[in-house]
Write a protein that binds this ligand. Structure first.
Ligand SMILES: [Zn+2]
Length: 220
């Protein structure tokens, strides 16, 4: 199902400005500083979320989980997602936010529409992104996964800047963690979650990270 490095679909018209804006971001290399003994990635903007805890001892982090989020859904600007993940969201600021009162969630990463990359939780720690979930017979996917949120709403195509950044991020993560699998949130929580949704191009993404050897053991 992989199309290889030259099989990527053409960029949609109108994304040139997106690409220019993200160019400075893409030029920033992602990697792990030699001195770092933690799972904070150089090249990502750090916003520490308190919504995390320890992974169970001796857990191999072998799964990437792809999500989408925007708050309110469909609004691709502002900082509501960052506020949600850091427990600073004003739940009176929008009617949709009322259902988020008291919710404590996070993801390791957020990739914004122009490719900007934010990190909220040390990848060595357990972020709270998957909820009740199961992957190949293993429950509690937060234990052994890294969660990546793409800014999106399930009814709008993701940007090429996001695909490029996600590929770059995946490659960096594969150098530190024994990642073997990738899944959408809907794959591991079917019936409960629908993200990243039908507009996420798995073929393009998997083609762009072939060198990592990741498999998605699901079909749409
Ligand atoms: Zn999700």
């Amino acid at each position: 199902m992989n199309r290889g490095p030259h099989g990527r679909s053409r960029e949609a018209a109108g994304e040139d400005s997106d690409n220019r804006a993200a160019a400075h971001v893409r030029r920033r290399a992602l990697g792990w500083s030699e001195a770092a003994s933690d799972g904070w990635l150089d090249g990502a903007r750090r916003l520490h979320s308190p919504n995390h805890d320890l992974r169970p001892p001796d857990t191999a982090v072998d799964l990437l989980v792809v999500h989408h989020i925007s708050l309110p859904p469909g609004r691709f600007s502002g900082d509501a997602v960052q506020r949600l993940f850091t427990n600073r969201l004003d739940c009176d600021a929008h009617p949709f936010f009322a259902q988020l009162r008291g919710v404590r969630v996070s993801a390791h990463f957020l990739v914004r529409r122009r490719g900007d990359l934010l990190q909220f939780v040390d990848c060595d720690a357990r972020a709270w992104h998957a909820g009740v979930s199961s992957f190949r017979g293993r429950e509690r996917c937060n234990d052994f996964s890294i969660g990546i949120e793409l800014e999106g709403d399930g009814s709008t195509p993701f940007t090429q800047a996001q695909y490029r950044r996600l590929a770059q991020l995946t490659a960096a993560l594969c150098t530190r963690y024994p990642l073997r699998w990738v899944a959408g949130h809907s794959d591991i929580a079917p019936g409960r979650k629908t993200d990243p949704g039908p507009y996420f191009d798995w073929q393009q993404y998997l083609g762009s990270v072939q060198a990592c050897g990741l498999s998605r053991p699901f079909t749409d």
